[in-house]
Write a protein of this length. Structure first.
Length: 353
Protein backbone atom coordinates (compact mmCIF):
# COMPACT_ATOMS: atom_id res chain seq x y z
CA UNK A 1 0.00 0.00 0.00
CA UNK A 2 2.81 2.40 0.93
CA UNK A 3 4.56 1.66 -2.36
CA UNK A 4 1.33 2.21 -4.28
CA UNK A 5 0.76 5.58 -2.62
CA UNK A 6 4.38 6.55 -3.26
CA UNK A 7 4.03 5.58 -6.93
CA UNK A 8 0.87 7.64 -7.29
CA UNK A 9 2.49 10.65 -5.66
CA UNK A 10 5.52 10.31 -7.93
CA UNK A 11 3.34 10.04 -11.03
CA UNK A 12 1.39 13.12 -9.96
CA UNK A 13 4.60 15.05 -9.33
CA UNK A 14 6.02 14.06 -12.71
CA UNK A 15 2.78 15.10 -14.43
CA UNK A 16 2.95 18.48 -12.70
CA UNK A 17 6.57 18.95 -13.75
CA UNK A 18 5.72 17.97 -17.34
CA UNK A 19 2.79 20.43 -17.45
CA UNK A 20 4.97 23.17 -15.98
CA UNK A 21 7.69 22.71 -18.62
CA UNK A 22 5.49 21.96 -21.66
CA UNK A 23 4.46 24.62 -24.21
CA UNK A 24 1.43 26.67 -23.22
CA UNK A 25 -1.65 25.41 -25.14
CA UNK A 26 -3.23 27.60 -27.84
CA UNK A 27 -6.97 28.18 -28.34
CA UNK A 28 -8.19 29.66 -31.65
CA UNK A 29 -11.58 31.23 -32.48
CA UNK A 30 -12.46 31.97 -36.12
CA UNK A 31 -14.65 34.71 -37.54
CA UNK A 32 -17.91 35.24 -39.40
CA UNK A 33 -18.59 32.78 -42.20
CA UNK A 34 -15.59 30.63 -41.38
CA UNK A 35 -15.42 27.04 -40.14
CA UNK A 36 -13.25 25.18 -37.68
CA UNK A 37 -12.12 22.78 -40.42
CA UNK A 38 -10.89 25.53 -42.76
CA UNK A 39 -7.37 24.48 -43.89
CA UNK A 40 -6.13 27.99 -43.19
CA UNK A 41 -7.15 27.72 -39.56
CA UNK A 42 -5.62 24.28 -39.33
CA UNK A 43 -2.36 25.78 -40.61
CA UNK A 44 -2.49 28.41 -37.86
CA UNK A 45 -2.59 25.61 -35.30
CA UNK A 46 0.01 23.56 -37.19
CA UNK A 47 2.44 26.47 -37.24
CA UNK A 48 2.21 26.81 -33.46
CA UNK A 49 2.83 23.09 -33.02
CA UNK A 50 5.73 23.23 -35.47
CA UNK A 51 7.38 26.04 -33.53
CA UNK A 52 6.60 24.43 -30.17
CA UNK A 53 6.62 20.63 -30.65
CA UNK A 54 4.28 18.87 -28.27
CA UNK A 55 1.98 21.87 -27.89
CA UNK A 56 -1.76 21.28 -27.50
CA UNK A 57 -4.07 23.36 -29.72
CA UNK A 58 -7.85 23.69 -29.81
CA UNK A 59 -9.91 25.33 -32.56
CA UNK A 60 -13.26 26.40 -31.13
CA UNK A 61 -16.31 24.93 -32.88
CA UNK A 62 -20.01 25.59 -32.32
CA UNK A 63 -21.16 22.49 -34.22
CA UNK A 64 -19.78 19.06 -35.05
CA UNK A 65 -19.53 19.81 -38.78
CA UNK A 66 -18.24 22.73 -40.80
CA UNK A 67 -21.64 23.72 -42.17
CA UNK A 68 -23.21 23.90 -38.75
CA UNK A 69 -20.23 25.79 -37.39
CA UNK A 70 -20.46 28.36 -40.17
CA UNK A 71 -24.19 28.79 -39.56
CA UNK A 72 -23.52 29.40 -35.87
CA UNK A 73 -21.23 32.28 -36.81
CA UNK A 74 -24.32 34.03 -38.25
CA UNK A 75 -27.17 32.73 -36.08
CA UNK A 76 -27.32 32.37 -32.33
CA UNK A 77 -27.27 34.12 -28.98
CA UNK A 78 -23.72 35.23 -28.23
CA UNK A 79 -24.07 34.89 -24.43
CA UNK A 80 -25.28 31.31 -24.99
CA UNK A 81 -22.55 30.55 -27.53
CA UNK A 82 -19.86 31.83 -25.18
CA UNK A 83 -21.35 29.78 -22.34
CA UNK A 84 -21.15 26.73 -24.63
CA UNK A 85 -17.51 27.50 -25.38
CA UNK A 86 -16.81 27.81 -21.65
CA UNK A 87 -18.17 24.26 -21.27
CA UNK A 88 -16.33 23.03 -24.37
CA UNK A 89 -12.92 24.23 -23.21
CA UNK A 90 -13.33 23.17 -19.60
CA UNK A 91 -14.41 19.69 -20.77
CA UNK A 92 -11.35 19.19 -23.01
CA UNK A 93 -9.13 17.14 -20.70
CA UNK A 94 -6.12 17.37 -23.02
CA UNK A 95 -6.42 21.14 -22.90
CA UNK A 96 -7.11 21.49 -19.18
CA UNK A 97 -4.31 19.14 -18.14
CA UNK A 98 -1.83 20.97 -20.37
CA UNK A 99 -3.15 24.30 -19.08
CA UNK A 100 -2.91 23.37 -15.41
CA UNK A 101 0.40 25.14 -14.84
CA UNK A 102 0.19 28.30 -16.93
CA UNK A 103 -3.24 28.50 -18.54
CA UNK A 104 -3.74 28.85 -22.29
CA UNK A 105 -2.91 31.41 -24.94
CA UNK A 106 -5.81 32.58 -27.10
CA UNK A 107 -5.90 33.80 -30.69
CA UNK A 108 -9.03 35.38 -32.18
CA UNK A 109 -9.66 36.30 -35.81
CA UNK A 110 -12.11 39.12 -36.62
CA UNK A 111 -15.32 38.60 -34.61
CA UNK A 112 -13.69 35.55 -33.01
CA UNK A 113 -11.29 37.85 -31.17
CA UNK A 114 -14.21 39.83 -29.73
CA UNK A 115 -15.89 36.61 -28.60
CA UNK A 116 -12.63 35.32 -27.12
CA UNK A 117 -12.51 38.46 -25.00
CA UNK A 118 -16.09 37.72 -23.97
CA UNK A 119 -14.93 34.27 -22.87
CA UNK A 120 -12.16 35.79 -20.74
CA UNK A 121 -14.58 38.20 -19.09
CA UNK A 122 -17.41 35.72 -18.58
CA UNK A 123 -15.78 32.50 -17.36
CA UNK A 124 -12.07 32.18 -18.21
CA UNK A 125 -11.72 28.49 -17.28
CA UNK A 126 -9.19 27.36 -18.35
CA UNK A 127 -7.58 30.71 -17.68
CA UNK A 128 -6.18 32.69 -20.59
CA UNK A 129 -2.58 33.83 -20.18
CA UNK A 130 -2.31 36.06 -23.27
CA UNK A 131 -5.04 37.11 -25.72
CA UNK A 132 -4.12 38.20 -29.26
CA UNK A 133 -6.82 39.50 -31.63
CA UNK A 134 -6.57 40.26 -35.35
CA UNK A 135 -8.97 42.84 -36.80
CA UNK A 136 -11.54 42.30 -34.04
CA UNK A 137 -14.35 44.88 -33.62
CA UNK A 138 -13.93 45.51 -29.89
CA UNK A 139 -15.91 48.74 -30.16
CA UNK A 140 -18.44 47.25 -32.55
CA UNK A 141 -19.32 47.87 -36.19
CA UNK A 142 -21.35 50.81 -37.46
CA UNK A 143 -22.48 49.25 -40.76
CA UNK A 144 -23.98 45.95 -41.86
CA UNK A 145 -23.43 44.00 -45.05
CA UNK A 146 -24.97 43.10 -48.37
CA UNK A 147 -24.42 39.47 -49.24
CA UNK A 148 -23.42 37.59 -52.33
CA UNK A 149 -26.65 36.68 -54.21
CA UNK A 150 -26.07 32.92 -53.89
CA UNK A 151 -25.10 33.02 -50.19
CA UNK A 152 -28.51 32.22 -48.72
CA UNK A 153 -27.32 31.80 -45.14
CA UNK A 154 -25.87 35.30 -45.20
CA UNK A 155 -28.85 36.80 -47.06
CA UNK A 156 -31.31 35.31 -44.61
CA UNK A 157 -29.38 36.62 -41.62
CA UNK A 158 -28.79 40.13 -42.88
CA UNK A 159 -32.30 40.66 -44.25
CA UNK A 160 -33.45 40.85 -40.64
CA UNK A 161 -30.72 43.26 -39.62
CA UNK A 162 -31.41 46.30 -41.73
CA UNK A 163 -34.99 46.75 -40.61
CA UNK A 164 -35.08 45.05 -37.21
CA UNK A 165 -31.65 45.39 -35.65
CA UNK A 166 -32.91 46.41 -32.20
CA UNK A 167 -35.76 43.91 -31.96
CA UNK A 168 -35.52 41.37 -29.16
CA UNK A 169 -35.51 38.46 -31.61
CA UNK A 170 -32.66 39.85 -33.74
CA UNK A 171 -30.57 40.72 -30.69
CA UNK A 172 -30.92 37.16 -29.46
CA UNK A 173 -30.50 35.35 -32.77
CA UNK A 174 -28.43 37.27 -35.34
CA UNK A 175 -24.78 37.33 -34.36
CA UNK A 176 -23.43 40.54 -36.02
CA UNK A 177 -26.40 42.54 -34.70
CA UNK A 178 -25.18 41.84 -31.20
CA UNK A 179 -22.02 43.88 -31.73
CA UNK A 180 -23.58 46.63 -33.88
CA UNK A 181 -22.81 50.06 -32.42
CA UNK A 182 -23.54 53.29 -34.29
CA UNK A 183 -22.23 56.53 -32.71
CA UNK A 184 -25.25 58.76 -33.42
CA UNK A 185 -27.08 59.86 -30.22
CA UNK A 186 -30.33 58.18 -31.30
CA UNK A 187 -28.64 54.88 -32.12
CA UNK A 188 -26.51 54.96 -28.96
CA UNK A 189 -29.63 55.29 -26.83
CA UNK A 190 -31.10 52.19 -28.48
CA UNK A 191 -27.77 50.38 -28.27
CA UNK A 192 -27.48 50.85 -24.52
CA UNK A 193 -31.05 49.67 -24.03
CA UNK A 194 -31.26 46.77 -26.47
CA UNK A 195 -27.76 45.48 -27.33
CA UNK A 196 -27.64 41.75 -26.71
CA UNK A 197 -23.88 41.47 -26.24
CA UNK A 198 -21.43 44.31 -26.85
CA UNK A 199 -22.89 46.87 -24.44
CA UNK A 200 -22.70 44.19 -21.77
CA UNK A 201 -19.12 42.96 -22.23
CA UNK A 202 -17.88 46.54 -22.69
CA UNK A 203 -19.57 47.44 -19.38
CA UNK A 204 -21.19 50.49 -20.99
CA UNK A 205 -24.40 50.32 -18.99
CA UNK A 206 -24.87 51.93 -15.57
CA UNK A 207 -24.81 48.56 -13.80
CA UNK A 208 -21.20 47.37 -14.19
CA UNK A 209 -20.09 43.75 -13.93
CA UNK A 210 -16.94 43.87 -11.79
CA UNK A 211 -15.89 40.34 -12.75
CA UNK A 212 -15.48 41.47 -16.38
CA UNK A 213 -12.97 44.09 -15.24
CA UNK A 214 -11.06 41.76 -12.95
CA UNK A 215 -10.91 38.86 -15.43
CA UNK A 216 -9.63 40.91 -18.36
CA UNK A 217 -7.44 43.15 -16.24
CA UNK A 218 -5.71 40.11 -14.74
CA UNK A 219 -4.44 38.71 -18.06
CA UNK A 220 -0.93 37.74 -17.03
CA UNK A 221 0.51 38.04 -20.52
CA UNK A 222 -1.74 40.90 -21.55
CA UNK A 223 -3.92 41.82 -24.53
CA UNK A 224 -2.42 42.28 -28.01
CA UNK A 225 -4.59 44.12 -30.55
CA UNK A 226 -3.64 43.93 -34.24
CA UNK A 227 -5.11 46.40 -36.74
CA UNK A 228 -4.77 45.92 -40.51
CA UNK A 229 -3.55 49.13 -42.20
CA UNK A 230 -5.77 48.64 -45.26
CA UNK A 231 -8.75 47.06 -43.50
CA UNK A 232 -11.92 47.88 -45.45
CA UNK A 233 -13.86 45.13 -43.73
CA UNK A 234 -14.30 46.30 -40.15
CA UNK A 235 -16.22 49.58 -40.23
CA UNK A 236 -14.73 51.58 -38.56
CA UNK A 237 -11.33 49.87 -38.53
CA UNK A 238 -10.27 51.85 -35.44
CA UNK A 239 -12.74 49.74 -33.48
CA UNK A 240 -10.09 47.03 -33.21
CA UNK A 241 -8.18 49.36 -30.85
CA UNK A 242 -11.31 50.22 -28.82
CA UNK A 243 -11.46 53.66 -30.48
CA UNK A 244 -14.68 55.67 -30.95
CA UNK A 245 -15.28 57.11 -34.44
CA UNK A 246 -18.04 59.71 -34.69
CA UNK A 247 -20.22 60.35 -37.74
CA UNK A 248 -17.96 63.25 -38.81
CA UNK A 249 -14.94 60.94 -38.77
CA UNK A 250 -13.42 62.31 -35.57
CA UNK A 251 -11.53 59.57 -33.72
CA UNK A 252 -11.40 59.35 -29.94
CA UNK A 253 -8.68 56.90 -28.99
CA UNK A 254 -9.13 54.51 -26.10
CA UNK A 255 -6.97 56.42 -23.61
CA UNK A 256 -9.17 59.50 -24.08
CA UNK A 257 -12.42 57.64 -23.48
CA UNK A 258 -14.50 57.39 -20.33
CA UNK A 259 -14.38 53.59 -20.47
CA UNK A 260 -10.60 53.83 -20.07
CA UNK A 261 -10.44 56.51 -17.37
CA UNK A 262 -13.03 54.70 -15.26
CA UNK A 263 -11.51 51.34 -16.27
CA UNK A 264 -14.79 49.61 -17.06
CA UNK A 265 -13.19 46.37 -18.30
CA UNK A 266 -9.63 46.46 -16.97
CA UNK A 267 -7.93 48.04 -20.00
CA UNK A 268 -6.39 50.85 -17.95
CA UNK A 269 -4.93 48.32 -15.53
CA UNK A 270 -3.42 46.36 -18.41
CA UNK A 271 -2.01 49.48 -20.05
CA UNK A 272 -0.43 50.82 -16.88
CA UNK A 273 1.24 47.44 -16.39
CA UNK A 274 2.61 47.52 -19.95
CA UNK A 275 0.35 44.64 -20.97
CA UNK A 276 -1.86 46.35 -23.57
CA UNK A 277 -0.33 46.37 -27.07
CA UNK A 278 -1.70 48.40 -29.99
CA UNK A 279 -0.05 46.91 -33.08
CA UNK A 280 -0.65 47.25 -36.81
CA UNK A 281 0.28 45.26 -39.86
CA UNK A 282 0.10 45.93 -43.58
CA UNK A 283 -2.53 44.61 -45.93
CA UNK A 284 -6.27 44.18 -45.84
CA UNK A 285 -8.50 42.33 -43.43
CA UNK A 286 -7.12 38.90 -42.51
CA UNK A 287 -4.07 39.18 -44.75
CA UNK A 288 -1.82 37.20 -42.41
CA UNK A 289 1.61 35.80 -43.21
CA UNK A 290 3.60 33.10 -41.50
CA UNK A 291 6.18 35.75 -40.61
CA UNK A 292 3.54 37.71 -38.70
CA UNK A 293 2.21 34.64 -36.91
CA UNK A 294 5.71 33.47 -36.11
CA UNK A 295 6.42 36.87 -34.56
CA UNK A 296 3.25 36.61 -32.49
CA UNK A 297 4.04 33.09 -31.35
CA UNK A 298 7.66 33.80 -30.42
CA UNK A 299 7.41 37.39 -29.16
CA UNK A 300 4.04 37.68 -27.42
CA UNK A 301 3.06 34.15 -26.39
CA UNK A 302 5.22 33.49 -23.33
CA UNK A 303 6.55 29.98 -22.75
CA UNK A 304 7.99 28.26 -19.65
CA UNK A 305 11.73 28.12 -19.17
CA UNK A 306 13.22 25.41 -21.33
CA UNK A 307 10.63 25.68 -24.13
CA UNK A 308 12.64 26.91 -27.12
CA UNK A 309 10.98 27.92 -30.42
CA UNK A 310 11.94 25.79 -33.41
CA UNK A 311 12.54 27.11 -36.92
CA UNK A 312 9.96 25.94 -39.47
CA UNK A 313 9.55 25.71 -43.25
CA UNK A 314 8.01 29.12 -43.87
CA UNK A 315 7.24 28.48 -47.55
CA UNK A 316 5.04 25.50 -46.68
CA UNK A 317 3.18 27.42 -43.98
CA UNK A 318 2.76 30.53 -46.18
CA UNK A 319 1.00 28.44 -48.84
CA UNK A 320 -1.46 27.09 -46.29
CA UNK A 321 -2.07 30.46 -44.63
CA UNK A 322 -3.02 31.95 -47.98
CA UNK A 323 -6.50 30.44 -47.67
CA UNK A 324 -7.31 32.88 -44.85
CA UNK A 325 -7.04 35.82 -47.24
CA UNK A 326 -8.58 34.27 -50.37
CA UNK A 327 -11.99 36.00 -50.01
CA UNK A 328 -10.33 39.43 -50.07
CA UNK A 329 -7.90 39.04 -52.96
CA UNK A 330 -8.87 41.02 -56.05
CA UNK A 331 -12.00 42.55 -54.57
CA UNK A 332 -12.95 45.95 -55.94
CA UNK A 333 -15.31 48.51 -54.44
CA UNK A 334 -18.14 50.02 -56.46
CA UNK A 335 -18.83 53.57 -55.40
CA UNK A 336 -18.77 53.48 -51.61
CA UNK A 337 -19.25 49.72 -51.36
CA UNK A 338 -16.45 47.75 -49.75
CA UNK A 339 -15.98 44.15 -48.60
CA UNK A 340 -16.81 43.39 -45.01
CA UNK A 341 -16.86 40.61 -42.43
CA UNK A 342 -16.19 37.30 -44.12
CA UNK A 343 -13.13 35.10 -43.98
CA UNK A 344 -14.19 31.75 -45.39
CA UNK A 345 -12.38 30.87 -48.61
CA UNK A 346 -15.36 28.73 -49.65
CA UNK A 347 -18.02 31.34 -48.98
CA UNK A 348 -17.17 34.08 -51.49
CA UNK A 349 -17.14 37.84 -50.86
CA UNK A 350 -19.79 39.68 -48.88
CA UNK A 351 -20.38 43.34 -49.69
CA UNK A 352 -21.25 46.23 -47.42
CA UNK A 353 -24.56 48.02 -48.09
Amino acid sequence: MVRRIASLLLASALASVTAATAPVPLVIWHGLGDTFDNPGLQSVADLYKSIYPGAVTHIIHLADDGGGDRKASYFGSLPNEIANVCEQLSADTNLTSAAAAHGVHALGFSQGGLFMRGYVEACNTPKVHTLVTFGSPHNGISEFVKCKPTDWVCRTAFSFLNANKWSDWVQKNIVPAQYYRHPSPEEMEKYLEFSGFLADINNERADKNTSYKSNLGDLEGGLVLYKFDEDEVIIPKESVWFAEVLEDGKVTWLTDREMYHEDWVGLKKLNEAGKLKFLKTGGGHMHITDELLTEVYTKYLWQPEGVVPKKVNSARISEALGSLAVPYQGLESTGDQRPIMVQNPRAGPIWRV
